[in-house]
Design a protein around this ligand. Structure first.
Ligand code: AMP
Length: 279
């Protein structure tokens, strides 16, 4: 049963059934990565709700809000195939009947890496996530490790503001060539897509090193080579950070770290990451 009936349909279900709900927040243009989140949601709750909303608050003025891929019919078909119970696809007007005055601030962790490149992005993300949590009142919300900084910030949102939602994280889903799946991959030409493989290649290079410093250096070398070969490729950052804080790992770091990478291929900005352990 896929209901495309807004949040009221879920409320009506909840008043009939004593079941748990897992929410999968998305911006639509659903792909296999989103489907893995749905699969996880099905495992952990009695009912699965997917939200499809391209949130203007998280886009900068020069970003791709207008051209971001939107295909609700295809998204609904996927949700039906995957036995999603509820789909919320609110309009802009439903979510923001007027410009919000009160919003959520992501704090310092929201100003580094993706937050430095996209000022205000994480405030916009956390504001819409908070609204979706209040509208859907899920027991669990499922997010992808693909957006590692977003995931870390949502975890802080929930603990710092006592939102009482369990956060479940799903590993990155990659295409057969290693590129992390993303709705933005459809912007890439065939040549740009080949260039973009420098991101997973940098992760592979880092994985074969023993120390944090060597791993970061290896990733940066791979990316610098790609920059030399492809003038349309430019790296924003490739840095090892501590997972919970996104603070840069000091030299000699031991423990679990996340290698976060962002790069531009032509007009398209891509991000990737991997968790690496150093003993
Ligand atoms: P988006 O629609 O891009 O806002 O993504 C919605 C959710 O899907 C976020 O929690 C993302 O981290 C997750 N997601 C997107 N791409 C992937 C992927 N390739 N693997 C795992 N999760 C993903």
């Amino acid at each position: 049963m896929t209901q495309h009936g807004g949040f009221a349909a879920l409320e009506a279900w909840r008043s009939r059934v004593e079941g748990t709900v897992a929410l999968v927040p998305t911006m639509g243009a659903l792909h296999e990565g989103h489907r893995q989140l749905i699969a996880r949601a099905k495992q952990v709750a009695d009912a699965v709700a997917v939200s499809v909303f391209v949130n203007p608050l998280q886009f900068g003025p020069d970003e791709d809000f207008d051209r971001y891929p939107r295909d609700l019919e295809a998204d609904l078909a996927i949700c039906r195939t995957d036995n999603v119970d509820f789909v919320f696809a609110p309009t802009l007007d439903e979510m923001y009947p007027r410009e919000p005055q009160v919003t959520v601030s992501a704090g310092r962790m929201g100003t580094v890496f993706e937050g430095a490149a996209r000022p205000g992005h994480f405030d916009g993300v956390l504001t819409v996530v908070t609204k979706l949590f209040h509208l859907a009142r899920p027991d669990t919300a499922v997010f992808g490790q693909k957006d590692a900084q977003q995931l870390a910030l949502v975890e802080r949102l929930v603990t710092d503001l006592d939102l009482g939602v369990r956060i479940d994280a799903v590993p990155i889903v990659r295409d057969h060539d290693g590129l992390a799946l993303s709705s933005r991959n459809r912007y890439l030409s065939a040549a740009e897509r080949a260039t973009a493989l420098a991101l997973p290649a940098a992760i592979d290079a880092a994985r074969s090193e023993q120390s944090a410093t060597e791993a970061q250096d290896a990733a940066r070398r791979t990316l610098a080579n790609a920059e030399r070969q492809h003038p349309e490729f430019s790296v924003d950052y490739a840095t090892l950070v501590e997972r919970a804080t996104f603070a840069e790992c000091p030299p000699g770091f031991r423990g679990d770290a996340v290698l976060v990478i962002a790069a531009r291929v032509g007009a398209t900005r891509l991000i990737d990451n991997a968790t690496l352990s150093f003993v």
